[in-house]
Design a protein. Structure first.
Length: 153
């Protein structure tokens, strides 16, 4: 089931970027006045357009995706937790989609703009959600292990 979700999410992200690049590149769509706007931008930096470019960006992208994948395969797959698998699937599929764009096209298509914040895409949203939910799972798990006094030592 997860390989299907994984490939579907990559396809959806690439499709959304293609649609905005080819059909909305010259227009702005105001969703909530000037606060939420759909507008095409090529982001040549990293998250929030932080200016890292060139080969350093490509190497960093591949290293981060590889690191997350290795960590998941080494430390998480044996746990067999459904939510953990789902959140890692979200993070890795969207990260690979953005990573593909960064490595092969040297930029990522962003199109969701929030005033006073940033412009981003669906991948950025779901990577953030997946990372937050993983943090919540890990925090709850650690807290449960460290504060469970019913276990005798």
């Amino acid at each position: 089931m997860f390989p299907f979700i994984f490939t579907t999410l990559i396809f959806l992200d690439q499709t959304s970027k293609y649609i905005f690049e080819h059909f909305f590149a010259t227009s702005k769509i105001h969703i909530l006045a000037d606060f939420l706007v759909l507008s095409f931008v090529q982001n040549t930096g990293v998250a929030f357009s932080f200016p890292i470019q060139g080969i350093i960006l490509k190497v960093l992208t591949v290293a981060l995706i590889t690191g997350i994948s290795v960590y998941y395969l080494r430390y998480e797959t044996h746990k067999n937790l459904l939510l953990t698998k789902l959140w890692y699937t979200l993070i890795l599929s969207w990260a690979i989609s953005n990573g593909f764009d960064r490595v092969f096209f040297s930029s990522v298509t962003d199109f969701i703009g929030v005033k006073y914040f940033a412009i981003f895409n669906f991948a950025d949203i779901f990577i953030s959600i997946g990372a937050f939910l993983l943090f919540v799972i890990y925090f709850k798990h650690e807290r449960k292990q460290n504060w469970d006094f019913s276990k005798t030592k």
